[in-house]
Design a protein around this ligand. Structure first.
Ligand SMILES: Nc1nc2c(ncn2[C@@H]2O[C@H](COP(=O)(O)OP(=O)(O)OP(=O)(O)O)[C@@H](O)[C@H]2O)c(=O)[nH]1
Ligand SMILES: [Mg+2]
Length: 221
């Protein structure tokens, strides 16, 4: 009985992921042909993804476009537009992650024709678990962890932190008030992703943001 049930789960889940991977491959091909480098930002709700993107918008200007993912509201897209970049809001209506089909739909509606455009940042729905299972067609996956969340999160959420290229530790301006251990966090992350690049930043004060933006820029230019 138990064996039958687990076999059913595999049979249903596998085609869903294959469909996502097909759309992800299409997104990667389209963006590659247009010379647009793509980031997928993943974190828990409120870790500072949009604030990081607002800071990046000041560095990249019209060279960057953003896809925002939230369950509901256009609030984050409005913040990005105010910061000076093109933004498209995906409202998932309940889903706890973006998938490649939703991103394809967004790309169909965005203006990708500008010669200037060379970077697309996708802000995933705030969640440390579900987004990690969905390739969106990105070139770089960024896991963002803010120091008030605590330094025990890396090993608790290995499905995310074992699949990232970059770890961005945010809200460093708050570290004097907290017992967050940066060295342990980096060590635990490297135990899952040995080649991960690490940046410590404060999106609020701007500390570390220029170095991070220059690293992103060097990845495609
Ligand atoms: N002190 C401090 N606060 C920050 C920093 N970055 C973001 N915040 C604050 O954290 C709160 C959440 O920031 P957002 O950028 O909206 O976080 P988010 O990850 O985009 O949130 P969701 O989209 O809801 O998942 C806001 O009040 C920000 O002002 C930082 O570096 N330092
Ligand atoms: Mg946000």
């Amino acid at each position: 009985m138990c064996d039958d049930a687990s076999e059913k789960i595999v049979n249903i889940a596998t085609p869903v992921m294959n469909k996502n991977d097909r759309f992800a491959a299409e997104n990667r091909k389209l963006l590659g042909e247009k010379g647009i480098y793509t980031l997928n930002l993943i974190s828990s709700p409120g870790a500072g993804k949009t604030t990081v993107l607002e800071s990046m918008a000041r560095f990249f200007g019209q060279r960057m476009a953003v896809i925002e993912g939230d369950v509901q509201t256009r609030r984050d897209a409005e913040r990005i537009e105010k910061a000076g970049c093109q933004a498209w809001q995906i409202e998932t209506g309940g889903a706890c992650h973006l998938d490649a089909h939703a991103v394809k739909h967004a790309l169909d509606h965005m203006d990708l024709s500008s010669e200037e455009l060379e970077l697309l940042a996708i802000e995933n729905v705030g969640n440390l678990i579900c987004p990690s299972g969905y390739d969106l067609g990105e070139d770089m996956r960024i896991g963002l962890l803010s120091v008030p969340e605590g330094d025990d999160k890396i090993l608790k959420y290995p499905s995310l932190f074992s699949t990232i290229n970059v770890l961005l530790i945010n809200k460093m301006d708050l570290i004097p008030h907290l017992d967050f251990d940066v060295d342990i966090t980096i060590k635990e992350c490297r135990s899952l992703s040995p080649d991960v690049e690490v940046f410590t930043v404060s999106a609020r004060t701007g500390e570390g943001m220029e170095e991070f933006c220059e690293f992103v820029e060097s990845s495609f230019s």
